[in-house]
Write a protein that binds this ligand. Structure first.
Ligand SMILES: [Zn+2]
Length: 415
């Protein structure tokens, strides 16, 4: 990082430099991100956004006017805002056989128009991965089989979203989740060949020493596909007790019993709090809109929590996380976008230096120190990435009112 920056200390600075950014565009980053339990680009965990993402799978019985779970979440999210004022969007990994029902397709379109992300969850929801145990019904698809499953769903979804408009930043369908999280090596080859950008099928974090401090951040696989791994939830902060990070698993079977409303909300909040204070690897919750639909009322799978309570858990969790200033609830594709160009938070929370506030303060010093100025180039927030330890300590002095630090003008020159 150091050789990327040279710092020059000058006592005079031409006026035009004070109003003109010297920053040039960063070269486009290739999709190569090493596996790491730390945030990218050397950013400190308390300086990066705490991303929270909901990935709703299947979405087969969730249509408009049917009291559908998908309709419910779309309407609910319209009433929520991220702490930075941005809208709250999620991802729907759709299984396209359900498009036979026009009501379902209309709801999917409505979601897209609202700015939610549409992802690919194959056509038929088959278990295509490697057999994991005796009697496992996994089909161990070949590359060609996977390609056929992925491309067929991809064609339907792309056709569906084309020309829909809306405010979605990513008009292409770029993300994939394997049904049952069942994958094999062939699947990743097929994803690459099919032009997909990310996968979110791999589970990581089951080792007893894995926890919310060291779950991996998204990384790229050798094929260049981004892996947004599914992390398990830790039960009652006991790292040897975990459950798959999906709604079904939370309510269906933990220690052989189903969690009720209070227990599951507590589980989510405990894990979120630990992640926020930990390494801030994106908190990605797997879910199914169908389970928020009256069709699943009274299901034996969820004997201790009814539909209205499940909805309350999700809303309660969303409201809880949105209280935290560093949280951004975003679709999965936005996490990839951020990973490709990671920028620190610019707000003043969590000990993050507030450069705008600092600049205002510096202006008040200008009268005292004559021709000497401090100039930070804040026009591009990625400048925060290059804030070295030395600069940070000078900046902190400045922030604390130590005028001797402002007797020189500092220019950051990015090579
Ligand atoms: Zn599924």
């Amino acid at each position: 990082m150091k050789n990327k920056i040279s710092i020059k200390l000058l006592s005079i600075i031409p006026t035009f430099l004070l109003s003109t950014s010297l920053l040039v565009s960063m070269p486009v980053q290739a999709d190569t991100q090493a596996y790491s339990t730390s945030p990218p680009s050397g950013l400190a965990a308390n300086k990066v956004p705490m991303f929270v993402s909901f990935g709703f799978d299947d979405n087969g019985i969730a249509g408009i006017g049917s009291d559908g779970g998908m309709d419910w979440i779309i309407k609910l999210l319209k009433t929520k805002k991220n702490p930075d004022g941005s809208p709250v969007h999620v991802t729907f990994f759709n299984t396209t056989k359900y498009m036979a029902e026009p009501n379902v397709t209309e709801t999917w379109k409505a979601a897209y128009r609202e700015g939610h992300e549409i992802g690919n969850h194959t056509v038929l929801h088959e278990k295509g991965g490697k057999k994991q145990y005796d009697g496992d019904t996994a089909l161990n698809f070949s590359v060609e089989q996977w390609k056929q499953k992925i491309n067929s769903a991809q064609r339907s979804l792309k056709q569906m979203v084309s020309g829909l408009g809306g405010n979605n930043e990513n008009p292409n369908v770029i993300g994939f989740r394997a049904p049952y999280l069942s994958y094999n090596e062939n699947m990743f080859k097929a994803l690459k060949a099919s032009g997909m950008v990310y996968d979110t099928s791999m589970q990581e974090g089951w080792a007893s020493n894995a926890n919310n401090k060291n779950y991996p951040w998204p990384y790229t696989l050798p094929t260049g596909i981004w892996e947004l791994n599914v992390a398990p939830f830790v039960i009652d902060n006991n790292h040897s007790n975990k459950v798959t990070g999906f709604d079904y698993n939370m309510w269906h079977n933990v220690w052989g019993k189903n969690l009720n409303k209070a227990e599951s909300l507590k589980l989510l909040i405990q894990n979120f709090d630990a992640r926020l204070a930990g390494n801030r690897a994106p908190f990605m919750l797997g879910a199914h809109t169908d389970y928020y639909d009256s069709t699943y009322e009274g299901s034996a799978d969820f004997s201790r929590i009814e539909v209205s309570q499940r909805r309350e858990v999700i809303e309660g969790f969303i409201d809880y996380v949105l209280e935290q200033p560093d949280v951004r609830i975003v679709p999965f594709n936005n996490i990839v976008k951020w990973m490709r160009n990671p920028v620190a938070l610019s707000g003043g929370s969590s000990g993050v230096l507030d450069l705008d506030a600092m600049a205002t303060k510096v202006n008040t010093y200008q009268e005292d120190v004559g021709n000497n100025y401090w100039k930070y180039f804040t026009q591009r927030s990625w400048a925060h990435r290059f804030l070295s330890k030395e600069l940070e300590s000078v900046a902190t002095d400045l922030w604390n009112g130590n005028k001797s630090s402002v007797t020189l003008v500092m220019i950051l020159i990015f090579n």
